[in-house]
Design a protein around this ligand. Structure first.
Ligand code: GLC
Length: 749
């Protein structure tokens, strides 16, 4: 009997090990190499590996630090010759020849710029997102960059926060799928492939919940919400093999992430089995002094490294204070050794010891035709058609004169969006360029921007724009945000169009000509008024280098819009935070409430009822999550569940017929939502659990199937255990988070 027990225990252990995140250290040979190198390193050399600097250009000075073994990584150096020169110093002039990892923020492209990640998420297409990350890796690694600080997978439910632009929106499942796709794209099939760059899911964790949507502000995310909403995308990235992680600036419930052992050790290492390296955000170690969490840079170093940080970005407290902290016994030698093991492990996995240098005379891959084509495809699939009255779009041959107005019609720099360090505006193809090329001599294009830039408040050019509109068959108004208005540290308290853009739309609409409003922005904007005045609205989260040709193809029908909102669009800023996967509350809105303009004078105190809504904005958003129109229409029917009663280890199969009932070949993003009706804690009214893009010819009908393991309905419950609770569930299959008929099923023990 004993032998059987031992056998069972071994099998169980093996099973547990194999269902981990897959990033545990399995390579004994690699570990032996790491230990051998570690055993030769002095304390100063070990601490040097934990130090990352930002290139300050001066090769001699940086070489001096490298020779001393004081640098483990350099960010923001992108000159191939300089990178090779610095690497040669590390390999041939430092005592142990440990290579440097060169890093850069390659967030949505290096030279060929893709739509900002929020735009890429709108494609609901992980394949195109992975392809974009692959292009970014090929281009950036060709100059010697082998580590990017991406994907940014902070769940963001507050569009006042400028960094909503940089992530994949409000939804945990969508962000998990897109983040994993980016990790795979950046890292390729193997990290030691010279075109692979180490991914760095960031900002770990909860940064997108900054109070008031004001960047760097405190967050108050309780553990259950952290585990059910904010952590899953980072776990998905770990399962995808992410090589590194970056700590976030925010203090959550009073603890800055850079000093938070619970997330860095308990969750990331112990629960997920992560064995790569953790880097701080820019000076986030010493910023714990400003947080009031560290008295000085010595305590900042102490708290960071003891919490589980391996490498410090630019604030140099590790180099300055760790020797003393070790001498004082406040930091263990084993802590340093483990941090350096994690760093060396990534350097070995990247193949830097064997292939530290780049060929300097190989043909450039920057802006390759195939890269530009992929970027255009991404921009096409990221565009969201929010309105299209009377089939204004696509523009047909009846249109002989087009007036193009607005500050974003020909704004090559703005179109690339935030977090672009290396993309060049000279390579951007704008909508004006693309539409002029497409129209040629067949359609007259009149261009009157009306405003010089998005914040332009001078209305002096609006009359000329209106005059151009009066002469045209249709007006294309390109409005939105300059790229500087979103991104890091760029929070907004008001999401209305800036400058005199709203006046511009009103002026051209007043001519009576149909207005197609094309938005380029880094976030959802409160464009209800302008949408009212427009016959059609096409929304693009800064579409990147190829945004112009993509938008032109969409407007003139060579392509059909398929994007869906990855984030809820509020009617008013005051509705924020506003997201679809909300809890019901005890007094949910009925959506029939009397709104402010219809409240009788001297209305009795309780006459309006007591539900959760805004008197001046109601409850519903301007556009819900998952929403987007097509030039075709789609009908969902014959929705069937494999069973109405399931056990916890079952797989639910959902099948439905999807028909393209319009006249254009088109793609629909079909979505599956589930609600756990009753829980040991309150649960969201809906949660996205699957989505898929389905391309259909006019009239074509296809049966589509989703497979959903019941285990994916698990959540952290009242006992902080991740479980599936038996009971009743609601299920919807639809083209957005507000549509579809509810089906029900039961989970039993
Ligand atoms: C910035 C950002 C982070 C970025 C880092 C390096 O402050 O917060 O996302 O990767 O510094 O540029």
């Amino acid at each position: 009997m004993n032998k059987l027990k031992v056998l069972f225990a071994c099998l169980l252990l093996f099973a547990l090990a194999s269902c981990s995140t897959g990033t545990e250290t399995k390579d004994k040979k690699l570990e032996a190499k790491i230990d051998n190198l570690l055993s030769q390193m002095t304390l100063q050399e070990k601490i040097g590996q934990m130090n990352q600097i930002s290139s300050f250009g001066n090769i001699e000075d940086m070489s001096g630090l490298i020779k001393k073994g004081e640098i483990g990584s350099i960010l923001n150096e992108t000159d191939l010759q300089k990178i090779n020169a610095l690497q040669r110093v590390a390999m041939e002039e430092s005592r142990l020849g440990i290579p440097i990892i060169f890093a850069r923020d390659v967030i949505h492209g290096f030279k060929t710029i893709f739509p900002i990640p929020l735009g890429q998420a709108a494609s609901f297409n992980p394949e195109i997102v992975e392809a974009g990350a692959r292009v970014a890796a090929i281009e950036s690694s060709s100059v010697g960059i082998r580590w990017t600080f991406a994907p940014m997978i902070d769940i963001a439910r507050d569009p006042r926060w400028g960094r909503i632009a940089e992530g994949c929106g409000e939804d945990t499942y969508l962000t998990s799928v897109m983040g994993a796709a980016m990790v795979k794209g950046f890292q390729g099939d193997s990290l030691n492939n010279p075109t692979s760059i180490a991914a760095c899911p960031k900002h770990f964790v909860g940064y997108g919940a900054a109070e008031g949507g004001r960047d760097y502000n405190s967050t108050s995310i309780p553990e259950r919400l952290m585990r059910n909403v904010y952590l899953p995308p980072f776990e998905a990235a770990a399962r995808a093999g992410a090589a590194t992680y970056m700590t976030s600036f925010n203090d959550n419930d009073g603890v800055p992430s850079t000093g938070n052992a619970f997330i860095l050790k308990q969750v990331l290492r112990n629960e997920w089995g992560f064995d790569g390296l953790v880097v701080t955000d820019w000076a986030s170690a010493t910023e714990m002094i400003a947080h009031g969490f560290a008295a000085d840079s010595k305590e900042a170093a102490l708290k960071s490294v003891n919490a589980g940080v391996d490498m410090e970005m630019v604030s140099y407290s590790f180099v300055r204070h760790l020797p003393e902290l070790i001498k004082e016994g406040k930091v263990k030698q084993s802590t340093i050794d483990n941090a350096v093991r994690n760093i060396l492990r990534i350097k070995f996995r990247l193949g830097l010891f064997d292939n530290p240098y780049l060929e300097e005379d190989k043909p450039s891959v920057l802006y390759a035709e195939s890269h530009l084509a992929t970027a255009k495809r991404a921009a096409v699939e990221s565009a969201i058609l929010l309105k299209n009255d009377n089939e204004t779009l696509p523009l047909t041959s009846k249109v002989k004169t087009v007036a193009i107005v607005g500050p974003l019609a020909d704004a090559p720099y703005e179109q690339m969006g935030t977090w672009v360090f290396d993309g060049e505006k000279a390579h951007t193809q704008t909508p004006l360029m693309a539409i002029r090329e497409m129209c040629g001599d067949n359609v007259q294009v009149i261009y009157e921007p009306g405003l010089a830039y998005s914040r332009d408040k001078s209305a002096s050019g609006i009359a000329k724009a209106a005059a151009a509109a009066a002469r045209a068959d249709v007006v294309l108004a390109f409005v939105g945000e300059e790229s500087i208005l979103s991104g890091e540290a760029h929070s907004l308290a008001d999401l209305n169009l800036v400058g005199a853009q709203s006046e511009l739309i009103a002026a051209v609409a007043k001519t009576g000509k149909p207005v197609v409003t094309v938005v380029m922005a880094g976030r959802p904007l409160t464009i209800g008024k302008e949408a009212e005045l427009s016959a059609a609205v096409l929304y693009n989260f800064h579409p990147g280098t190829m945004g112009g040709p993509a938008i032109a193809d969409l407007l003139f029908g060579k392509e059909v819009p398929s994007g869906k909102t990855p984030v809820t669009f509020p009617k008013m800023t005051g509705q924020i935070p506003l997201y679809y996967a909300h809890n019901n509350s005890g007094r949910p809105a009925t959506r029939t409430e009397t709104l402010i303009d219809n409240i009788p004078v001297e209305a009795a105190q309780t006459s309006l009822g007591n539900t959760s809504f805004y008197l001046d904005a109601g409850f519903d958003p301007l556009y819900p999550f998952g929403y987007g129109l097509s030039y075709s229409t789609f009908t969902y029917g014959n929705i069937k569940l494999s069973s109405a009663t399931l056990k916890k280890n079952d797989v639910l199969t959902v099948s439905f017929d999807l028909q393209n009932s319009g006249k254009y070949p088109a793609t629909e993003v079909a979505q599956l939502y589930v609600q756990d009706k009753i829980g040991s804690v309150t649960r969201p009214v809906k949660e996205l659990k699957r989505f898929t893009r389905v391309t259909l010819e006019p009239g074509e009908k296809k049966t589509v199937t989703f497979e959903l393991p019941v285990s994916e309905l698990a959540f952290y419950n009242i006992d902080m255990m991740k479980v599936v609770e038996s009971g009743d569930f609601g299920l919807w299959v639809a083209g957005d988070s507000q549509s579809g008929e509810e089906l029900v099923f039961k989970v039993i023990d």
